[in-house]
Ligand binder design. Structure first.
Ligand code: C5P
Length: 296
């Protein structure tokens, strides 16, 4: 039987960079938040091969794709040499700071764990996830999560309300590694992690918004002034707060009311960027067929 999953994207409600590490990665202090904008993966049992098909011609379907790498990593880890045919319907913009590829990889791990009857635990899946990318362990869990380390040391926070969020993605890709490479750590003064966690736990936009900063804006927004212009436009259109997500270029605006977000969505139809209206979500992966699972 086919397994269908929604792999939801993320935004960073805060993203602070603490230090560069000896392994080349950066030590982060970030609040990651799932959103309902999602890719759909359909997993079908197959004899031995792992094959991937997608409606997005910009994506590779071989082992350059994180979905295929996730499937191979599961086979390596378990020794189960099963096959699967995977179909990907892509909605999350590519190389846009929303962890689209990471979400697909996480959904592949969770879905194949079922399809192949592997019975790996969440911690075992999370360990494989980190070998695929820093954001993949978060995507496996999702919701509202404080993340430290490379982004894999996760402290779940109380879920935020399903606030509407407008996601505006300029149509150019940003290479995350390059943004981190050019980041000037000397100019940054991160807020104490305990304070960030405390304000998120209050669950109001008013408490949260003064803490909503993204250190990576100092690189990406300087390169692309359109990012600053989009943040200002979202505020003009009624967003309570606007910020770049991840290494960009996606800019998001949080709204207190859905009608205000819908009106802003209509106003942005003249924008050359891609615009999506979504909601904050309490999980990363949704199995739509599962009884009781939430489908937005
Ligand atoms: O882990 P992932 O492959 O998604 O990261 C992409 C790039 O972003 C890394 O190669 C690294 O240069 C940078 N990065 C970082 N510190 C992190 C996460 C990512 O420097 N915590």
């Amino acid at each position: 039987m086919d397994i269908v999953l929604e792999a939801q994207g993320k935004i960073n409600l805060t993203l602070e960079v603490i230090a560069k590490r000896p392994d080349g990665y950066h030590e982060l202090s970030t609040v990651m938040q799932s959103v309902t904008l999602a890719d759909t993966l359909t997993l079908r049992p197959a004899a031995a091969a792992i094959t991937l098909e997608t409606d997005n011609p910009g994506l590779p379907t071989d082992s350059r794709n994180l979905i295929v790498r996730a499937a191979y990593a599961l086979r390596e880890r378990t020794g189960v040499w099963a096959g699967a045919h995977i179909h990907l319907h892509k909605r999350i913009p590519l190389a846009a700071g929303m962890a689209g590829g990471s979400a697909d990889a996480a959904a592949t791990l969770a879905g194949l764990n079922q399809l192949w009857d592997l019975h790996l635990s969440q911690p075992e899946l999370a360990e494989i996830a980190l070998t695929l990318g820093s954001d993949v362990p978060f995507c496996l869990r999702g919701g509202t999560v404080y993340a430290a380390g490379r982004g894999e040391i996760l402290t779940p926070l109380p879920p935020l309300p399903a606030w509407p969020v407008l996601l505006v993605t300029p149509r150019f890709p940003v290479a995350t590694a390059e943004v981190y490479r050019r980041l000037d750590l000397a100019g940054l003064t991160p807020a104490p992690a305990a304070a960030v966690r405390a304000v998120v736990s209050q669950g109001t936009i008013e408490a949260l918004s003064p803490y909503m900063v993204n250190a990576l804006e100092t690189v990406t927004e300087r390169d692309y002034p359109v990012i600053g212009a989009l943040k200002a436009r979202l505020r003009e259109l009624g967003a309570a707060v606007s910020l770049m997500s991840g290494s960009g270029p996606t800019v998001f605006g949080l709204f207190a009311r859905t009608e205000a977000a819908e009106a802003a969505y209509r106003d942005l139809q003249d924008s050359p960027s891609s615009v999506h209206l979504a909601f904050l979500a309490p999980a990363g992966i949704v199995f739509p067929a599962e009884p009781g699972s939430i489908k937005y």
